[in-house]
Design a protein. Structure first.
Length: 228
């Protein structure tokens, strides 16, 4: 799997260097000396590419002069993850992997134990890792298509489920259980009514002005922080 960009590549070098197979730098392009020292110190094989080849490997993305070939992210068994977790984030039917990556970055920073993605046929680990600045390598990310099976598993595991809805209780005045799951739906559709009926509690971010402007990434950050 190819990842690129200074922050994601340096992060995995520092946190999981054993997963990096090869580092690619751009031939003839001056590399930041601090970055070069870190890459050199890691002992990972360094290869040089021309600009055209680097752009092709990054599929036109902004590689910032550094790319890496890393081992694929292995998806853990979600039941094993639930046993070890107290705070789960479930994203349902959110198809923009750039948004998912940004949410993963926040979730990892604010202490979420795992992110589960449901309601989509597949996920792009490369996009999630790139947009999470590498946090996707260390935070368990699980793809499970069936939301209702997951809701049953949460109940069996002793989790309290909180779903973000427009009509929920203000998160600032909500009591938060120690073992909890925050569930977010897509910006356009929200959570299905059937799923809402199975929640332990609906929560929302009360606005001071009548202006619905929060995208799902921003909303997730606020809710996660207030549920810590």
């Amino acid at each position: 799997m190819i990842i690129y960009g200074k922050q994601p590549v340096l992060y995995i070098l520092e946190s999981n260097s054993d997963r990096v197979k090869e580092i690619f730098l751009i031939n003839g392009k001056k590399t930041d000396q601090e970055i070069f020292k870190k890459v050199k110190k890691s002992g990972v094989t360094i290869s040089y590419l021309d600009t055209k080849k680097a752009q092709a490997m990054a599929r036109g993305g902004n590689h910032q002069g550094i790319l890496a070939n890393v081992s694929e992210v292995e998806q853990p068994d979600y039941r094993e993850v639930l046993k070890k977790s107290n705070f789960i984030l479930l994203l349902h039917s959110i198809t923009d992997m750039g948004n998912v990556g940004a949410i993963v970055r926040t979730a990892y920073s604010l202490g979420v134990d795992a992110v589960i993605i449901s309601g989509v046929n597949s996920i792009s680990c490369e996009k999630i890792i790139r947009n999470s600045s590498g946090a996707g390598f260390v935070l368990p990310i699980i793809h499970h298509s069936n939301l209702y099976d997951l809701l049953n598993e949460f109940k069996l595991g002793g989790f309290t489920t909180y779903g973000a809805t427009l009509n929920g209780k203000d998160i600032r005045s909500s009591e938060i259980a120690e073992k909890r799951v925050l569930i977010l739906g897509s910006e356009s559709e929200g959570l299905p009514n059937r799923a809402v009926s199975k929640l332990d509690q609906e929560v929302t971010i009360t606005m001071d002005r009548n202006f619905d402007s929060l995208n799902v990434s921003v909303a997730s950050a606020i809710l996660i922080d207030r549920m810590r």
